[in-house]
Design a protein around this ligand. Structure first.
Ligand code: DCS
Length: 485
């Protein structure tokens, strides 16, 4: 018998309030309903998560060969290994095994395998044209863990504010709730292709400060999730100057840096722009940049490989971050090897190069075509407007809901976009995420879908969406009034 007589520690009412406050729409109500329908035998198209392999994308051959050999090193002693694996995959597996004492079954250093961190640093230097220090690169289980670790390090109490773009990927809102901080939203401008409006952002910061919030950090997601925009060099410069003036650490979520579907604005890292700006800013602005093996043409979401790089953080802070990483002992080691392979892929002249390049190119080009197909498809629908997906993996159309649909949703006890997305799911099996899961301006409605369904299925998906939307609008649109743009 326990003595309290009342509630037990893990009864719902007794839980950490921060845990209860967390919301994460990507696996929320729509996803749960879709899973139920799937169990009942309905065919569901899961476009709610950016999970390419789950929608049929094939893994790149070379990295899987290398990791397979690392997982089963006894194959390296088999006289027939050269019949199944190309020599460069065999050499690369030996290279990583030599770096990881005890192989994949041993914990690594809590910051990650030093040799892989060096490969990441070399990649960053090639990409940005500025040297990078492996001691300031920590490998993580996907980018998510890195983001959570940094937010945990920054947030001291509920008055610490983090500027987060809205719409945003809900990792940020969820983690800020979990660590008990305050999210300070800054709105992206849909009419300006989801660009940043610094007049607005300055007002947002001033207003948060007047309410006693200490704004300490700013998040950017470039290319954007769910909004798909690519920031220009000018935008990033302005952003960095803003962080400098306002004394904010910039958290640059650059996980979609390989996913670019236009040529006008190639990806430029916040770090490169910062170093291009020179001192004092390049020595002062604190920046943490995140990357992953889950996105790009790799899409290795299940492997959980990621890193973050710290710029202008004092050594004592870097040590504290190391200490906290040590609590979890080690990031997963196969994920680290995927990261090594991603930043150091086969080079021209290597045996596996042509195959690797052909596989990557075919995935990327197909994503580019799918981005176009989706945007055009949405824009051809009644009461739907959609910015082009310049990068990342999502389309985020605005649905102008007729007032009668908004009223019907209210009667059903649902947010209007949730109501629309549930009806879409029931009618077509397309599982999306309502815009409210990412945040949106009051009275404006969106949904998010990934651009990941197989290219050959895309025309059918878009026409099924269009049919649904037509009949939804027939039912609710009497031409009188709409949600605002
Ligand atoms: N940052 C952004 C902007 C993301 O979109 C994601 C994943 C992550 C970080 C974390 O990814 P990893 O932990 O796998 O590295 N995006 C989710 C999404 O919106 N759909 O699928 C996953």
């Amino acid at each position: 018998m326990f003595g309290g007589g009342g509630r037990k520690p893990l009864d719902y009412d007794e839980l950490n309030e921060n845990v209860k406050k967390v919301q994460y729409a990507v696996r929320g109500e729509l996803y749960l309903r879709a899973s139920e329908l799937q169990k009942e035998g309905k065919k569901i198209i899961f476009t709610n998560v950016g999970n390419p392999h789950a929608l049929g994308q094939k893994p790149l051959t070379f990295p899987r060969q290398v990791v397979a050999l690392c997982q089963a090193p006894f194959l390296l002693d088999d006289p027939n290994v050269g019949l199944i694996f190309p020599a460069d995959a065999i050499a690369r597996a030996k290279h990583y095994l030599a770096m990881a004492p005890g192989g994949l079954g041993a914990y690594s250093d809590s910051r990650g395998i030093p040799g892989v961190r060096k490969e990441v640093a070399e990649f960053i230097q090639r990409r940005d044209g500025y040297p990078s220090d492996p001691e300031l690169i920590y490998l993580t289980d996907g980018a998510s863990k890195g983001v959570m670790q940094m937010l945990n390090t920054i947030i001291r109490n509920e008055r610490d504010g983090i500027l987060v773009p809205v719409p945003q990927y809900p990792l940020y809102s969820a983690a800020i709730s979990l660590f008990g901080g305050s999210l300070v939203p800054y709105y992206l401008e849909e009419e300006a292709n989801w660009g940043l409006d610094f007049v607005n952002i300055r007002q947002t910061v001033a207003s948060a400060r007047s309410k006693g919030i200490t704004v300490r950090a700013m998040v950017i997601i470039n290319p954007g999730n769910p909004t798909g925009q690519c920031l220009s060099q000018g935008n990033i410069k302005e952003l960095l100057s803003f962080c400098f003036q306002e004394n904010l650490v910039l958290l640059a979520d650059e996980v979609y840096q390989q996913n670019i579907y236009q040529d006008e604005r190639p990806f430029i890292s916040a770090r490169k722009v910062l170093f291009d700006m020179g001192p004092p800013m390049s020595r002062e602005v604190q920046l943490v940049s995140f990357h992953t093996v889950s996105k790009g043409y790799w899409g290795e979401c299940g492997q959980r490989g990621g890193y973050f790089e710290m710029t202008n953080l004092p050594p004592k802070t870097v040590d504290e971050i190391y200490k906290v990483a040590s609590i979890a002992l080690s990031p997963n080691v196969p994920g680290q090897i995927f990261m090594g392979l991603m930043v150091n892929p086969p080079k021209p002249g290597d045996i596996s190069y042509l195959k690797f390049a052909a596989e990557s190119k075919s995935i990327l080009e197909s994503l580019r075509r799918r981005a176009r197909l989706m945007t055009d498809g949405f824009n051809s629908c009644r009461n739907v407007v959609c910015n082009f997906t310049e990068g990342a993996m999502y389309s985020f159309p605005q649905i102008r809901l007729p007032q009668r649909a908004i009223d019907a949703a209210r009667r059903a006890g649902k947010a209007a976009d949730v109501f629309y997305c549930l009806k879409l799911l029931e009618a077509t099996g397309i599982s999306t995420v309502p815009g409210s899961g990412f945040g949106q301006k009051e009275g404006v409605f969106h949904l998010r879908t990934t651009i990941l369904p197989a290219e050959e299925d895309m025309p059918a998906i878009m026409s099924s969406f269009k049919n649904f939307n037509d009949s939804f609008m027939d039912q609710y649109d009497d031409g009188s009034s709409y949600s605002r743009m």
